[in-house]
Write a protein that binds this ligand. Structure first.
Ligand code: FE
Length: 343
């Protein structure tokens, strides 16, 4: 553990080479680069170590930075598994040649086909839903049944959403293009920009807080942020979250946008057997249950119970477009948002 931690902060290729060779001799460790925050993954990895005896070395960071790091480490990279919180990043890693195809029955059977790479380069571990969150005193739910309703002129100055530089929004727009076509989505994006209450700023929680503060009446945000606020120790944050209501859009058509968190085995994984064991572990009912109960993310495995807060948000029809296609469409989506003036 200590050796690899030192390696991971080392900056020279030489020390990386020496230490990764040392690591490669044993399958008793698995090295994970994670774009997930440590608190949101570490307890699960500890359970893995407890049940298998395989130690996990965790490096957390920004997804793009971790991908660049894998690129510069090349064949001497110590990383076995890349964890990200958006399909777009997994597709990016795959397209950069940093992943390898793996086939495990538990993954191909447990993860629906639209939530994984068809060749096995990456797999979803959880689903994350991105519905609308409204102030029910200001917005009539019956008037807001489709995400395209956000284009209605009477929502002028009512919408809060984060920047187009955020991959959640890029993926949302890319997915919408797949279901509704580029022209319709581009017109919609222009109208959404017209209806924004403010220039995009902050993260998803900030949009929810802006609704609570009356700066806007509709936000677009992932549900686990709302669940996190509702279960917060901070009474102010909790009270803010209690003022908003989730709206599941497009339930009679293509469904509400979802993205994933997922994992890929690195192309040069020095501990491939251990990596496969960890991949399989993350799709067990127990791990899926942990994600749902602790992180409030939707399990990919059928039949796993949601947390009480997720149950309170309600059942919904999720969008079913291929996340691979969504990832491939991200760059186009960003250009579309740029043209629409979405900052
Ligand atoms: Fe997030």
């Amino acid at each position: 553990m200590k050796l690899i931690s030192m390696l991971l902060v080392a900056t020279t290729t030489l020390s990386g080479f020496a230490a990764s060779n040392a690591v490669a001799q044993s399958d008793e460790v698995v090295n994970v680069y994670s774009a997930r925050k440590e608190a949101l993954i570490k307890p699960l990895l500890d359970q893995f170590t407890e049940s298998t005896g395989i130690e996990v070395n965790l490096v957390t960071g920004n997804a793009d930075a971790l991908i660049s790091r894998m690129q510069s480490e090349g064949q001497f990279s110590p990383v076995d598994i890349l964890l990200t919180t958006d399909a777009g990043r997994l597709v990016r890693a795959q397209e950069a040649g940093l992943t390898q195809a793996i086939q495990l029955d538990v993954l191909t059977q447990g993860v629906p086909a639209h939530l994984r790479d068809e060749a096995g380069h990456w797999y979803a571990l959880t689903k994350r839903a991105r519905p609308l969150m409204i102030n029910p005193n200001k917005v009539d739910k019956a008037d807001l049944t489709s995400i395209f309703d956000l284009a209605k002129p009477h929502y002028k100055d009512q919408i809060c959403v984060r920047s187009s530089s955020n991959i959640y929004n890029q993926s949302m727009v890319a997915a919408l293009v797949l279901d509704a076509g580029k022209d319709k989505v581009e017109n919609w994006a222009e109208a959404v920009v017209d209806n924004m209450a403010r220039s995009p700023k902050g993260g998803d929680r900030d949009q929810i807080k802006a609704v609570a503060a009356g700066q806007c009446s509709i936000a677009i945000a992932n549900t686990y942020y709302l669940a996190g606020m509702l279960s917060s120790d901070d009474p102010t944050e909790k009270a803010q979250a209690e003022q908003v209501e989730v709206v599941w859009t497009d339930q009679d058509s293509f469904g509400t946008h979802i993205n994933i968190s997922g994992a890929a085995v690195a192309k040069h994984a020095p501990n491939k057997d251990a990596a496969l064991q960890l991949m399989a572990f993350m799709i067990t009912p127990e791990s899926q249950q942990w994600y749902a109960q602790q992180n409030h993310e939707y399990p990919v495995l059928e039949g796993v119970e949601w947390s009480p807060l997720m149950q309170a948000f309600g059942e919904f029809k999720p969008q079913s477009v291929s996340l691979k296609a969504v990832g491939k469409g991200n760059a186009q989506a960003l250009m579309l948002m740029d043209r629409a003036g979405w900052k």
